[in-house]
Write a protein that binds this ligand. Structure first.
Ligand SMILES: Cc1cc2nc3c(=O)[nH]c(=O)nc-3n(C[C@H](O)[C@H](O)[C@H](O)COP(=O)(O)OP(=O)(O)OC[C@H]3O[C@@H](n4cnc5c(N)ncnc54)[C@H](O)[C@@H]3O)c2cc1C
Length: 240
């Protein structure tokens, strides 16, 4: 049998040794968890320099400048030879916004298969509707009557859901009474190019505050794996 030498990748797929989890909405329910990373800044350089038939295992100062150049000039494809997988727990309305980003892979819990855990996002403070920008909100206020109204709506939804299930209604129809603040869970797998596109749009102050918090969590968990690329990205798009 012919002897084959397999050269191990310089940047093997690595599972984080400790769980890397952030609670972006600070309610003890929401989460952004980095479950797997493949690749690093070194792979960005090796992808860009493949035409020379050379690979490096460590970044030189010249390599860092190359990454900055690639980022600055939108030479995006070298940032695609990596993979990041996250497990996300978010309100359905955040997940709806998130999944508009099509250049990624997703798998989501199904409330056809399982009963919804009946966990809901409850804002810690309320925001006013912006009068000019129809998508925007501003300010922060507390109002016990608003809290009670929101709570009451959730309780009514829970009661209706339980009643429908008890009467034998299937889960796929009973879930119709659940509000969009119900928590869902999904896997989100992307590459660094697609992730920075997501971050640019969702860290922006024009994005809803809640998804901005998730974007911050993604950035925080990704920084240790791609510090040079993300520094170049921040340099281009401003500190975020
Ligand atoms: C603040 C904000 C408000 C928004 N409001 C609304 C809203 O009111 N209603 C609404 O429907 N959406 C809304 N969106 C969603 C928005 O229109 C995009 O669908 C979402 O941001 C995903 O961006 P994307 O298409 O660039 O990302 P991806 O889907 O990840 O695509 C990445 C890139 O791939 C390319 N690409 C992907 N698919 C195609 C395609 N079919 N054809 C050509 N090129 C493609 C594009 O260059 C695209 O930028 C909003 C987004 C933001 C950030």
């Amino acid at each position: 049998m012919q002897d084959r030498t397999i050269t191990p990748s310089t940047q093997p797929l690595h599972e984080p040794t400790t769980p890397q989890l952030i609670d972006p909405l600070g309610d003890g329910i929401s989460s952004v968890e980095l479950v797997r990373v493949s690749g690093s800044d070194v792979d960005v350089v090796n992808a860009a320099r493949v035409s020379f038939g050379k690979t490096v295992t460590e970044l030189s100062e010249q390599d860092k400048k190359l990454i900055a150049y690639l980022m600055e000039h939108d030479h995006t494809s070298p940032f695609e030879h990596n993979q990041l997988s996250f497990r996300i727990k978010a309100p359905i309305f955040v997940a709806r916004q998130w999944m508009r980003h099509r250049m990624n892979s997703y798998n989501e819990i199904s409330y056809r298969y399982v009963k919804a855990p009946l966990e809901f996002y409850q804002p810690k403070q309320w925001r006013f509707q912006d009068a000019v920008n129809r998508q925007a909100s501003y300010g922060a206020f507390q109002d016990s009557e608003v809290d009670q109204t929101y709570q009451h709506a959730l309780q009514t939804a829970v009661q209706a859901y339980e009643t429908l299930l008890a009467k034998g209604v299937c889960r796929e129809l009973a879930r119709g009474v659940l509000p969009v603040c119900t928590y869902t869970q999904f896997m989100f797998t992307c590459n660094l190019h697609s992730l920075t596109h997501f971050l640019r749009l969702r860290l922006h102050k024009g994005a809803q505050w809640e998804i901005q918090q998730y974007a911050k969590g993604l950035l925080e968990l990704t920084l240790p794996s791609f510090p040079v690329s993300l520094a170049a990205w921040r340099n281009k798009h401003g500190q975020r």
